[in-house]
Design a protein around this ligand. Structure first.
Ligand SMILES: Nc1ncnc2c1ncn2[C@@H]1O[C@H](COP(=O)(O)OP(=O)(O)OP(=O)(O)O)[C@@H](O)[C@H]1O
Ligand SMILES: [Mg+2]
Length: 208
């Protein structure tokens, strides 16, 4: 049961109710999702990610309605989770969680609070070391933009550009704060130019 299952039978015979009842009898949370044609692999991936993190059961109703091309991706996602369950892995999920917590929150802290936050994170995930992800083409574009504009290439400042990029992907409104002359405008303009450079690079090469 731990590795997933698919009750089969005619419509209206109680497959969903049986699954829900079994989860209830075992004292487990069971989240029922009504699948449909509009469901893509990203939406489904988010549901799976949530289920994995809280250990709840997921009951996917009308699974057959999902588009066949999406189903093939979902099968890979399910296989990955099944594989992790068979091997009793816990680390993969930890790394993703730590990265999300760190990368989504770190840009919001003022300089003095950063060591405090990193200390808290390492207390939560003792012994876990995961370096920041490098976006190969985008980071190159950022570094090239700094150099082309005659600025000194500072890794901390280049990371600020990436942090601003990541923040703008997930927030509706972003404000850059910092001391006068601290390089805020340079970071903002570098991001704009680097994204233009990156887009051009991607439209010239199909590998992006
Ligand atoms: N990596 C760098 N190499 C060289 N000079 C830099 C670099 N980053 C910023 N500067 C210079 O530092 C100065 C201050 O940068 P910037 O104007 O971006 O600061 P700011 O935080 O926007 O300031 P303000 O609060 O006044 O708007 C500018 O003259 C800029 O050219
Ligand atoms: Mg400025």
């Amino acid at each position: 049961m731990n590795l997933g299952g698919a009750p089969a039978g005619p419509a209206g015979t109680g497959k969903t109710e049986t699954t829900k009842d079994l989860a209830k009898a075992l004292g487990l949370l069971c989240v029922v999702t009504n699948c449909g044609e509009g469901m893509d692999y990203k939406a489904f991936g988010k549901i799976l990610s949530g289920l994995c993190q809280c250990g709840a059961w997921g009951c996917m109703d009308e699974f057959n309605r999902i588009d066949i091309s999406v189903l093939s991706v979902i099968s890979t996602q399910l296989q990955t989770i099944r594989h992790a369950l068979v091997l009793k892995l816990t680390n993969f999920t930890d790394v993703v969680l730590m990265r999300a917590l760190r990368d989504m929150n770190l840009p919001k802290f003022v300089f003095e609070d950063v060591p405090l936050f990193l200390g808290l994170i390492s207390d939560l995930f003792p012994g876990l070391d995961c370096p920041r992800v490098r976006y190969p083409d985008f980071n190159d574009a950022v570094e090239q933009t700094f150099t082309d504009n005659g600025y000194i290439l500072l890794p901390v400042q280049a990371d600020k550009v990436v942090q601003l990029y990541e923040t703008m992907l997930t927030r509706h409104c972003t404000m850059i704060v910092g001391p006068t002359g601290g390089g805020k405008s340079v970071v903002m303009n570098t991001l704009a130019q680097a994204q233009t450079r990156w887009e051009r690079h991607c439209s010239d090469n199909d590998d992006c």
